[in-house]
Design a protein around this ligand. Structure first.
Ligand code: CA
Length: 228
């Protein structure tokens, strides 16, 4: 499902947006402060579009936007501005936002902007061909298959989802918690140990030397990282 974050400190506006986006078929994650928004994004790496209010009780929306862009270049960002000054729009776009919507806005206007961004980011798929190619690895997200140096590697659905998550986040340390919620779903309340078990199995399949992994490396006390 297409997942959207709404950051808005005004409860009435936030719930108005949430209700309308859910009605439009989106999975919605909420935040009332800048900090909360950054935490939610960390816990939900599959969020495709973030809607950011500017005036917030802690850090302002521009700062949140700047923070997101440090690690995430692909997420779509829409700024919500209460004011109509050109200055806001320019500042928003300078900090890495893709679009802005001026309050008051209609639900149809907002969903149209979100749809446009999802189309641009490719509906969570890496490209039209569905191919993610990195080093010796080629992941086909249409057929859900992996090849290494042109040779097919058989993966379980869970192993495939883990590979996809890492290949979409090259060089980024992912916590066990992040991997768990992304692959098993946010509602899954199993143990993080299951992540280690699956990574171990995945390493046997993809690493040249399982004892000294060079692709799926361990980040001690935290999680794992995809390095090439
Ligand atoms: Ca506000």
């Amino acid at each position: 499902m297409r997942r959207v974050l709404i950051l808005e400190d005004e409860p009435s506006i936030r719930s108005f947006v949430v209700i309308n986006l859910r009605r439009a078929g989106y999975d919605v994650v909420e935040a009332g402060t800048g900090r909360e928004a950054l935490d939610q994004l960390k816990n939900n790496p599959d969020i495709g579009v973030a809607i950011l209010d500017i005036m917030l009780p802690d850090i302002d929306g521009f700062e949140v936007c700047r923070n997101i862009r440090v690690t995430n270049k692909t997420i779509g960002i829409i700024m919500l501005t209460a004011r109509t000054q050109e200055m806001d729009k320019v500042t928003g776009l300078m900090t890495g936002a893709d679009d802005y919507v001026t309050k008051p806005f209609s639900p149809a206007e907002l969903t149209a902007r979100i749809d446009a961004l999802f189309r641009r980011v490719g509906d969570e798929e890496p490209s039209d061909t569905g191919m993610l190619v990195q080093g010796p690895f080629a992941l086909n997200t249409h057929t859900r298959t992996l090849e290494k140096n042109g040779v097919r590697i058989k993966l379980t659905q869970v192993e495939y989802s883990i590979m996809k998550l890492f290949m979409q986040n090259p060089g980024r340390a992912l916590s066990r918690e992040e991997i768990l919620s992304s692959v098993w779903g946010g509602d899954y309340d199993g143990e993080e140990k299951i992540v280690d078990v699956n990574i171990r199995r995945l390493r046997i399949k993809i690493e040249d030397d399982t004892a000294n992994p060079s692709f799926l490396t361990t980040v001690w006390g935290f999680g794992y990282k995809w390095s090439l």
